[in-house]
Design a protein around this ligand. Sequence first.
Ligand code: FAD
Length: 279
Amino acid sequence: MKPAPFAYKKARSLDEAVALLGAYPDARLLAGGQSLIASLNMRLSQPSLLIDINGIEGLDGIALKNGVVEIGALTRHVQAERSEIVARHAPLVARALPYIGHVAIRNRGTIGGSIAYADPAAELPACLLALGGEVVAHGPQGARRIAAEDFFKGLFETALGPHELVTAIRVPAVRAMSRFGFAELARRHGDYALVGLAASARAAGRGFANVRLGFFGVGATPLRAKRAETALERGDVDAAVAALDLNPLDDVQASGAVKQHLAGVLLRRVATQLMEAAR
Ligand SMILES: Cc1cc2nc3c(=O)[nH]c(=O)nc-3n(C[C@H](O)[C@H](O)[C@H](O)COP(=O)(O)OP(=O)(O)OC[C@H]3O[C@@H](n4cnc5c(N)ncnc54)[C@H](O)[C@@H]3O)c2cc1C
């Protein structure tokens, strides 16, 4: 299919993009286009205007500042994948990036697009949640930061206001005792995950502190499993699996029961990664 007719404007500044969002309530922002163009072609979305944000300077780039890794919204997935800063200081993100689609998609797809699109089976929203990161947004009142915990509100729904855009994500840089784990199950490499898990923790004696488990593909948003986190902090993997209270619903990929089982399998794999890294 072909998209319904739409107008196109290339925004040259954040304020221009925000003003256009205000003037055209059904407009859509165009970043990498890897999700948006498909939804236009299938006529799942029929905006009157596409606001291209690719010409806005300063929206891409990766920096380490005061113990925080900040990744600009227009940074392509491949740029982050090749970044020394991400590899050294945000290794959970580095580990997750190769699972996003295929190289052709990662060449165009952007970090901000992945976060704003908020696909419940996407890797980066779960990483942001597992790391306790933040989204930086810009709107009519200027910039604000939104904790990952508060950002993902529902199926493809975020805390962004109608005239706001994502300008960056921020994640805490690794520290000496930081530990990470990542695993996902997909039918084929490059497909969206059936179920996935991004995890962070701090090694503490025989167990862990600050375990954060970010499951994806199991609900309308990435989800933490707090009872399982507590069990894992004691180093008790069996109890953590038993405490998994995700209650995933059936979807086109698998039944809720299968997803619940797979979440337990992934939790064991990720717990092993955390423990190996702690040795
Ligand atoms: C075959 C295929 C497989 C894929 N597999 C995966 C996968 O396994 N995992 C995964 O995570 N993704 C996957 N994707 C999606 C891909 O990662 C997209 O690039 C990403 O979801 C959206 O990024 P984008 O820059 O292309 O955004 P676009 O497609 O340009 O935009 C997506 C949506 O986000 C909005 N948006 C974009 N940027 C901003 C911003 N800065 N602020 C506010 N709103 C914004 C747009 O208005 C639009 O509604 C796949 C895509 C394809 C085509």
